[in-house]
Design a protein around this ligand. Structure first.
Ligand SMILES: NC(=O)c1ccc[n+]([C@@H]2O[C@H](COP(=O)([O-])OP(=O)(O)OC[C@H]3O[C@@H](n4cnc5c(N)ncnc54)[C@H](O)[C@@H]3O)[C@@H](O)[C@H]2O)c1
Ligand SMILES: [Zn+2]
Length: 402
């Protein structure tokens, strides 16, 4: 049986602003703050332009109780991000009283490994880091995941602050407390739950991000609308092209509403035992496409945009999703300029199906899917027969480029 329970009250309000928005404060034109309520592990997610230059006082005030004097802050970044933003963050931390050490991890998913973690442990040890040390992740999801894992494990856990600089990291990986590294062929196989104490999002960092990375992150933003909030989805579909150009006045809203939806889901299922699965909408087929093409062809967001279309078509075959909703989803991704939404004819459907049944969401050989009941409401745990998946994927073959 598909699980329907917890989403009913919160996620089921098609098109209506989430009433828990009272947890989100507006700061005039400065942006919106989101609060993630997890008892003693609660934290704020601040979304404001120019925030990098205020990282020091925000961290001092919200994480160390005001007095940062003599505290060690270890800023983990990669050389490119550090070059653009490292000095601003370091200066702000030093002005607030922190002793700052910057550590670099080379760019790229291939460095999201235990070898990198071990090297970072060595640097922390050399700096005489102790339980009062704060780890600051400044970068994309790779940096956040590695630095977070180091923070989760060094000296049985250090305070950790996320300063995400890619759209994907701002709306997804920096929020929710999943940290970890890859191991051999296992993506994110070694990891922990370690919530940050604070997330600082400065949308101005996106101006240096390549457009393809930006569009890839936008796939996750659109995902939040599809699974949780119809009005948000409609706004995103309208604004998609302007958001990719960073010319939309809704950019900060798009980021903070995404964080808010993730926060609302994580609050109900911190350890990923139920509802949190809806965040994986489109990821079952998406991950299969990434794996088949050895992570070389698609950016993550490009693969899951295709995967979200698959999930809609699979939902249609299962009698759950309306064709009109599938069409609206396809249109939103077209508006954002995704180059491909059909299934590449060179990728054998058999290979995709084989990977689906290896996926961790499969139970007893039948793949379980997060499916769309209607835009604004996705539910997890739907078993779908292989024949129905095959029909859906065959149909997606015929989907032409925009
Ligand atoms: N922990 C979670 O919940 C979670 C969720 C989703 C994804 N992830 C992980 O996130 C990772 C992907 O994150 P990503 O997409 O941010 O990739 P990434 O961290 O590799 O960053 C992409 C590229 O952008 C560069 N970059 C970063 N910020 C920049 C900026 N402001 N301007 C210019 N260039 C910039 C980086 O150097 C890198 O080359 C994956 O490892 C994935 O597993 C984790
Ligand atoms: Zn994703």
């Amino acid at each position: 049986m598909p699980t329907r329970r917890t989403t009913e009250t919160r996620a089921g309000r098609n098109g209506v602003t989430d009433p828990s928005d009272h947890k989100t404060r507006r700061n005039g034109h400065a942006g919106r703050d989101v609060h993630l309520a997890l008892g003693p592990r609660s934290y704020d997610i601040l979304v404001r332009r120019g925030l990098l230059a205020h990282a020091g006082p925000e961290i001092a005030g919200r994480v160390v109780g005001g007095d940062a004097r003599g505290r060690l802050a270890v800023v983990i970044s990669n050389p490119k991000v550090d070059q653009s933003y490292g000095a601003t963050v370091t200066r702000s931390l030093e002005d607030a009283g922190f002793r700052v050490r910057a550590l670099a991890v080379p760019a790229g998913e291939v460095h999201k490994t235990l070898a990198t973690v071990r090297r970072l442990y060595g640097s922390l040890h050399a700096e005489a880091a102790d339980r009062r040390t704060i780890v600051v992740a400044l970068g994309g999801g790779v940096i956040g995941d590695v630095a977070g894992y180091v923070a989760a494990t060094y000296a049985r856990g250090l305070d950790f602050v996320q300063i995400p600089t890619t759209l994907l990291a701002q709306v997804d990986s920096s929020v929710g407390g999943k940290v970890g590294v890859n191991f051999d062929s296992g993506k994110n196989l070694i990891g922990a739950f370690h919530q940050p104490r604070l997330v600082l999002i400065d949308p101005d960092t996106l101006y240096t991000l390549p457009r393809r990375e930006l569009r890839s992150g936008l796939a996750e933003v659109i995902k939040y609308g599809i699974i949780y909030d119809k009005a948000f989805f409609q706004m995103l579909s309208r604004e998609a092209a302007a958001l990719v150009r960073l010319s939309s006045e809704h950019l900060e809203d798009a980021i903070s509403r995404s964080c808010e939806i993730k926060a609302r889901v994580v609050e109900q299922d911190e350890r990923d035992e139920g509802l949190r699965a809806i965040l994986n909408f489109g990821h079952t087929v998406g991950h299969a496409l990434e794996a088949i093409t050895r992570y070389r062809i698609y950016r993550h967001g490009e693969a899951i945009a295709i995967g979200m279309v698959s999930a809609c078509l699979i939902g249609e075959e299962a009698g759950l999703t309306e064709g009109a909703d599938t069409a609206a989803v396809i249109q939103a991704f077209r508006n954002a300029g995704f180059p491909q939404l059909g299934l590449d004819g060179r990728l054998p459907i058999e290979d995709i199906l084989r990977l689906l049944s290896w996926d961790k969401k499969a139970v007893d050989g039948a793949a379980r899917f997060v499916l769309l009941e209607r835009i604004g409401r996705a539910t997890p745990g739907h078993p779908v027969a292989e024949a129905a998946i095959r029909r859906a994927l065959e149909r997606q073959r015929g989907l032409s480029a925009p």
